[in-house]
Design a protein around this ligand. Structure first.
Ligand SMILES: Cc1ncc(C[n+]2csc(CCOP(=O)(O)OP(=O)(O)O)c2C)c(N)n1
Ligand SMILES: [Mg+2]
Length: 538
């Protein structure tokens, strides 16, 4: 950064253009683009077109001729409207063009002032990507992402920018939702692999982060091989939809937390982070600041273009994780004697004393001791999720699944579908009592069609996570607790069910049910009374 002053969104955008090689802009401007274009720095070249279809047409020619993305600037509805036929041409001629469209001032857009544009759908579905950044600070990252989107999909990508955004203060480049560089690989292209090899060879303390995208059997095996070759710790990405690495492996460090402060702390001792099958990074509560400590290099590999394009990484690789991991093992010297973290596995919880109630951890420990290594555990127990993940490590591909969209009511039908699809596999859904009520009628289907999952319902009498979250805000929620006879409901749908409250009952029920999993064509629901967790941290 040249000056000590906080750069504006406009200055940060100019830096993005320089990084992306977008220093020539084709434009036909209007009043909504004055803030952007007044007193352009000398290294940015402005080329005026006298109608917007010629603006985009020139950008197409530039992009196709140079084999690089081009930049076009258009003026709200009149400009974008006039350019639509050329935008369609860019799509069909496969020209990567980044189009910045000016918009009226955010502060009175709601009142539809003169030149306020309904821009989002104006070019139809010809653009490969369209974005209206949620806040001014997201504009530079959105334009960088548009460049990646345009190149990956070979077409026009649009970012709509209200005129007052340009003068807003920018955030640090390390907080942009776009990687500095994207490499695209069919299989494991040597020039792409060599970029990752160079980063790993330069790194003295690398760390791997496994994501849901490494959960398929091929990636699972290839990532284990890479981790063992590098001798480095492996974390599971925050709030993952699926395990990408065995939780019982000696190099498994744990599940990353879902806020930036704790992600930074967990990865602080490493100079290189390589996320495999995961974006950088999935979060839950918003916390300001960068994802990593200054000086840390971040790379990621994913087959999902959206994950690649929005990751806050130095290098993002669009490729098959299995192919890349295998190629890295072949290209790198094995590392010996790297210090591994002591994984923070919770102590086994002793049975409750006297009349003390069961806790979720008792259920998790008892299940983990009994389930076969290839069991599928579908987690949907919001307030005890971190404990479940820590106590019930995935040991095989598909060993741990979660509703990645936050949709309660997924685990029960997913367990039914899994049991029907893979009848020889032990399938367990662990659900909150609240969660179970979103899909309890699914038990009828499981019973009727002979699916054999075990449905464990943690009955704590309400929405414990909501209670903990509202307490953290210093308030109280208006939602009541509830005591619903879920085992009774299950029986009414034709599903065998039991209600349990003691450790003895728990052990006896699991000793009976678990050995039959994968061999039974009858579902079973266990409603287990537990006390609500006293605290919650995602
Ligand atoms: C379909 C749907 N509606 C609402 C929510 C919001 N929500 C998240 S957690 C929660 C309460 C969960 O209660 P429960 O399953 O009993 O788990 P506990 O917090 O008690 O562990 C709710 C309502 C959601 N995630 N999905
Ligand atoms: Mg509950």
């Amino acid at each position: 950064m040249i000056s000590s002053l906080v750069p504006t969104v406009r200055e940060a955008t100019f830096d993005v253009w320089r990084t992306c090689g977008l220093t020539t802009m084709f434009a036909n401007p209007g009043s909504t683009e004055i803030e952007l274009l007044a007193d352009l720095p000398g290294d940015l070249r402005f080329v005026l077109g006298l109608h917007e279809s010629t603006v985009v047409g020139m950008a197409i020619g530039w992009a196709l001729g140079r084999g690089e993305p081009a930049l076009a600037i258009l003026h709200t509805t009149p400009g974008l409207g006039n350019a639509v036929s050329a935008i369609a041409t860019a799509r069909v001629n496969r020209a990567p063009v980044v189009i910045v469209v000016g918009q009226q001032d955010r502060r009175h857009l709601a009142t539809e002032p003169f030149l306020a544009g309904r821009l989002l759908g104006l070019a139809g579905d010809y653009p490969v990507w369209v974005d209206q950044p949620v806040r001014p600070q997201d504009v530079p990252g959105a334009i960088m992402r548009a460049c990646h989107e345009a190149v990956t999909a070979s077409g026009p990508a649009i970012v709509i920018v209200p005129m007052d955004d340009w003068s807003a203060e920018a955030t640090e480049p390390g907080e942009r939702a776009a990687p500095l560089a994207v490499a695209r690989s069919h299989g494991a292209d040597p020039d792409v692999v060599s970029q990752l090899v160079a980063l790993l060879e330069r790194s003295s303390r690398p760390v791997l982060v496994a994501g849901a995208g490494a959960g398929e059997p091929g990636s699972w095996t290839a990532l284990i091989a890479l981790a063992e070759h590098l001798g480095c710790p492996v974390w599971q990405e925050p709030f993952s939809g699926r395990a990408g690495f065995p939780g019982d492996h000696a190099q498994f460090a744990g599940h990353l937390s879902a806020d930036r402060t704790r992600v930074r702390a967990a990865l602080a001792q490493h100079d290189l982070i390589l996320a495999v099958g995961a974006p950088v990074f999935r979060q839950y509560p918003y916390v300001a600041g960068p994802f990593v400590e200054p000086g840390t290099t971040v790379a990621m590999v994913s087959r999902d273009p959206e994950e690649v394009h929005r990751s806050t990484a130095d290098l993002a690789v669009l490729a098959d994780p299995a192919a890349i991991c295998t190629a890295l093992v072949a290209a790198l010297e094995p590392r010996e004697g790297v210090e591994l973290p002591a994984p923070s596995r919770p102590e086994h919880l002793d049975p409750p004393k006297g009349d003390a109630p069961l806790r979720a951890a008792h259920v998790f420990d008892a299940l983990a001791e009994r389930l076969p290594a290839d069991a599928v555990v579908i987690e949907e127990s919001p307030s005890s999720r971190p404990d479940l993940l820590a106590r019930m490590p995935a040991r095989a591909p598909l060993g741990a699944l979660s509703p990645a969209m936050g949709q309660l009511g997924f685990a029960l039908p997913a367990a039914t579908g899994l049991s029907l699809g893979c009848p020889a596999r032990a399938v367990v859904a662990v659900m909150g009592d609240g969660a179970s009520l979103y899909s309890v009628q699914g038990l009828w289907t499981a019973a009727h069609y002979g699916a054999g999952p075990l449905i464990v319902v943690l009955a704590n009498g309400g929405y414990a996570i909501m209670d903990r979250l509202v307490e953290q805000q210093g308030g109280a929620g208006p939602w009541p607790g509830f005591g619903i006879d879920i085992a009774g409901l299950a029986r009414s749908f034709g599903c065998p069910a039991r209600s349990l409250a003691t450790h003895v009952e728990l052990i006896e029920a699991l000793d009976d049910a678990v050995p039959r999993l994968g061999a039974t064509s009858e579902p079973l629901l266990l409603e287990i009374a537990i006390e609500p967790e006293p605290t919650f941290a995602s």
